[in-house]
Design a protein around this ligand. Structure first.
Ligand SMILES: Cc1cc2nc3c(=O)[nH]c(=O)nc-3n(C[C@H](O)[C@H](O)[C@H](O)COP(=O)(O)OP(=O)(O)OC[C@H]3O[C@@H](n4cnc5c(N)ncnc54)[C@H](O)[C@@H]3O)c2cc1C
Length: 457
């Protein structure tokens, strides 16, 4: 019998990397970047590419890709990490349209850079499928398509049950849509590959180095101080651990499982030849991919939040999370019922109170940051890295005028309100999904109220 590996960061690391040496004492740099996930590494990449003379130091508490960048579902998608309507009300519709266009462009930018820099991240750009399995989900799927089109996203096709089944045979599927703006990736391979690329360009990466405080002109660590006129914070879901930032972004938990590689007979009955990423319109939604080595990796919000903004230990999950995600998988694709689950893990993503990501550079202090991508950061981090680089170098580009630049959301409520609110919201979604599975034709009012209270898009 194959046993399930629990945590050990994620399935995407077949072996955990040997970390690079820590900061060897106090150092000077032109730019110091805290966090070696996609945000930090893309920022380093664009800064060094635009100005090779810059001395850039990246500081990482464990190893590059240790955070969400090495644990995610591998959807390199054009999905906006923010509340488009809210941003449009504040900054205007045209800037939000431009931002959405730039996010779609960033999907291709990541694909192109990976090819150019020879990062083998298992990238296949064959779009995404969104499936609906009950009438209320069908109604939401249709309005989601209208919404996407309204924000300038072209190429979306609504698929009948038969058309969708030609791609993937999902149990109980009623309607689906296909969007071309997504690629499947092996997430950790992208993060590790990027770290190697920036090192090759001359960026210094110190792993095993925890930043304990960030102040103007310095990043203070457990191994010394890096003095730099510019310090960029790229710590996403972990930001809550830094002094003064506890309630800035909520560390939302998302969990995944991976099956063993499935045999030809199982794949023959499932289809999924195109390797589109796949998700649904349930409130407690799932996201999935067919992996490079023919497994299914599927995720969802089994246990969304830990009291006091707690963070997992190296991705460890509870047995009930693995059981829950296995039942989601087996319900969608009963063909997988005999398949062993070889890995379960989780990670945190940063959620701002208004569910809208932002980034900024304060010229007077030299402090910058980017994050709060609400689970849509695989592509958005690339755009954030490009934008932070332009801000640091004082380049007057279209990117620095995008609506998420300098967008700051309110902080989250103190505990126990934060815990009760988030747990309540996800309980409401669970109840709403149950109502809808029992045949409601429209979105359950429970979910509508939960969305309003949470101010979720
Ligand atoms: C399970 C899961 C599934 C997801 N699926 C998708 C998906 O399919 N598509 C999508 O678009 N998005 C997805 N996301 C979100 C996406 O992965 C993130 O938005 C993105 O990776 C954020 O990158 P980042 O570099 O900002 O943060 P991270 O990757 O979390 O990097 C932050 C880094 O900072 C380091 N760090 C933190 N604090 C310190 C400190 N004090 N000192 C030094 N180093 C520090 C951490 O160790 C970490 O390496 C998912 C997230 C999770 C958890």
């Amino acid at each position: 019998m194959i046993s399930t590996v629990n945590g050990r960061v994620s399935h995407w690391f077949s072996e955990l990397p040997t970390p690079r040496p820590p900061l060897p004492g106090d150092r000077d740099a032109d730019v110091c970047i805290v966090g070696a996930g996609y945000t930090g590494l893309w920022s380093a990449y664009y800064l060094k590419t635009l100005d090779p003379s810059l001395r850039i130091t990246v500081l990482e508490q464990r190893f590059a890709g240790f955070g969400a960048s090495g644990r995610n579902g591998g959807w390199l998608s054009g999905l906006a990490p923010g509340h488009r309507r809210l941003l449009a009300a504040r900054y205007g519709r045209q800037p939000v349209l431009a931002w959405q266009r730039a996010l779609l462009g960033a999907v291709d930018e990541v694909v192109d850079v990976a090819a150019r820099e020879r990062i083998d991240a298992g990238i296949v750009k064959s779009g995404t499928l969104e499936v609906a399995r009950n009438p209320a989900q069908v109604a939401r799927l249709r309005s989601e398509v209208d919404d996407e089109r309204e924000w300038g996203i072209d190429g979306i096709e609504i698929l009948s049950k038969d058309n969708a089944s030609e791609r993937v045979r999902v149990n109980g599927l009623q309607l689906a849509y296909f969007s071309p703006h997504c690629a499947r990736i092996q997430p950790a391979a992208l993060a590790r590959g990027l770290a190697e690329v920036v090192e090759r360009l001359g960026v210094t990466v110190h792993e095993q180095t925890t930043v304990t405080d960030i102040r103007p002109g310095q990043a203070i660590t457990d191994h010394g101080v890096v003095r730099a006129p510019i310090v960029l914070r790229a710590t996403e879901g972990f930001t809550t651990k830094l002094p003064g930032l506890k309630r800035r972004w909520l560390p939302m938990n998302s969990a995944m499982i991976a099956t063993e590689p499935l045999g030809d007979a199982v794949w023959g009955s499932i289809g999924w030849e195109g390797r589109e990423t796949m998700g649904d319109t349930a409130h407690g939604f799932f996201y999935a991919q067919r992996t490079v080595d023919d497994r299914i990796a599927i995720g969802g919000r089994a246990m969304p939040y830990r009291f006091g903004s707690g963070i997992d230990r190296d991705g460890a999950v509870s047995d009930s999370t693995v059981t829950y995600l296995t039942s989601v998988l087996n319900t969608l694709l009963p063909q997988t019922r005999g398949a062993a689950i070889t890995h379960g893990w989780c990670g945190v993503l940063g959620v701002p109170r208004d569910w809208s990501a932002g980034l900024s550079l304060d010229r007077s202090t030299g402090l910058g940051w980017a994050g709060g991508y609400v689970g849509h950061g695989v592509t958005a981090t690339n755009l954030a890295g490009q934008t932070l680089a332009d801000l640091v170098l004082g380049r007057d580009t279209e990117l620095v005028r995008m609506p998420w630049v300098d967008h700051v959301s309110k902080t989250w409520e103190p505990e126990p309100l934060r815990f009760l609110g988030v747990r309540g919201m996800y309980l409401a979604y669970k109840l709403a999904d149950r109502h809808e599975d029992n045949g409601r034709a429209t979105t359950s009012p429970i979910a509508v109220i939960a969305d309003k209270i949470a101010r979720r898009p």
